[in-house]
Ligand binder design. Structure first.
Ligand SMILES: [Zn+2]
Length: 352
């Protein structure tokens, strides 16, 4: 007989994740996604005690069977994006990237520019030499860099003054259209890193609450808003945590064991190895509950777990998450990976 875990509300997971993906949240401008997560957690986990940190992260203290050896689980809602660097004389916008990605990953993507006042203005991120009929070879050969990429606003603007009349200024945030699409269990969208994991975490909390259960140990849920620039979980976690599980996407690609149908345990990334004992414990839980999982090493990757460590957290830190293909690009995962990750979080929460 296999050990069983509380049932996951798969419709909830899918609906909440879709809403979260459709909520713009470039790092530094993630307040709407934090608000949505806070409201949702309030309804599915009313016993959780919420706090918004001054930096804008959400923390939830969830009383467990014991207050001894408190634990943390962190995932991030902030995503890649940009800010307006310059308003050009021709009414186009030059951008500065937020987070790390090559420009060709978003070339041709729809964007929203978020002015300080008023409605967001839609547009498209294009190469400056965007038409083959006009620019010929340049359209193929131009480097995809800050000087050769620009936003074309969906507004009648022909000058910097026209743009400023819309309320748009240097420093305004720009978000990318996520293009969320579900099909046969597959989910493609931008920013599955790391909204997929946030949805798994919230779905796990709901599963416990719905089953009338609580965690074995008092647990702090930390929804980070600055992960993509490296210091999300550097603040906001209690200093007496003994364990921290970072839930973030698994890197799928050539040479990786991770895929879109499993959750992964990462034993080492760019920031070095994770905690051996906690990693082995998570592996044991995956075996015990027959959770589809892989063990992997991510070559160009850092997590909020490491941010917490660098900031001085004493806790053991480990990393798990759903496999995401083409990360920081137009990403894709599968419901199987989301359910595996959610079950893994549930097993961890319930195990002393
Ligand atoms: Zn991430």
């Amino acid at each position: 007989m296999t050990s069983s875990l509380p049932t996951i509300d798969q419709n909830f997971l899918q609906t909440f994740l879709t809403d979260l993906l459709n909520t713009p949240s470039p790092t530094g401008f993630a307040h709407q996604a934090i608000d949505l997560t806070a409201q949702t957690l309030k309804s599915v986990l009313p016993e959780g005690s919420q706090r918004l940190t001054p930096k804008g992260a959400l923390t939830v203290r969830w009383e467990g069977d014991t207050a001894e050896a408190p634990r943390g689980i962190t995932a991030h809602v902030d995503a890649l994006g940009a800010v307006v660097k310059e308003i050009k004389a021709n009414g186009r916008l030059k951008l500065s990237r937020v987070g790390s990605f090559p420009w060709n990953f978003v070339e041709g993507e729809g964007v929203w520019v978020h002015p300080a006042q008023g409605e967001a203005v839609p547009g498209t991120l294009l190469l400056t030499a965007a038409s083959v009929h006009v620019y010929g070879k340049q359209a193929y050969d131009a480097p995809r860099d800050d000087d050769h990429m620009e936003v074309r606003l969906d507004a009648k603007v022909h000058s910097a003054e026209d743009v400023r009349a819309l309320g748009i200024e240097v420093g305004d945030f720009v978000s990318f259209e996520p293009r969320v699409r579900w099909h046969n269990g597959f989910l493609r969208s931008r920013h599955l890193d790391d909204k997929a994991a946030v949805a798994c975490l919230v779905a796990a909390a709901k599963a416990l609450h719905d089953a009338g259960l609580r965690p074995a140990h008092t647990t702090f849920l930390h929804i980070s808003n600055y992960e993509e620039v490296g210091h999300g979980a550097a603040a906001g976690l209690p200093s007496d945590l003994v364990e921290l599980v970072s839930v973030d996407m698994a890197a799928v690609g050539q040479g990786q064991t991770s895929d879109e149908f499993h959750a992964s345990l990462c034993t080492k990334d760019n920031g070095g190895p994770y905690h051996y004992g906690l990693s082995q414990k998570l592996r044991g839980l995956a075996e015990k509950y027959q959770i589809p999982y892989k063990v992997d090493v991510y070559p160009h990757y850092g997590s909020d777990g490491e941010a917490a460590w660098r900031a001085g957290l004493e806790a053991a830190v480990a990393l798990i998450g759903p496999g995401v293909d083409a990360s920081h690009n137009y990403e894709r995962t599968h419901m199987e990976a989301l359910l595996a990750t959610t079950r893994w979080i549930i097993a961890y929460l319930l195990t002393p």
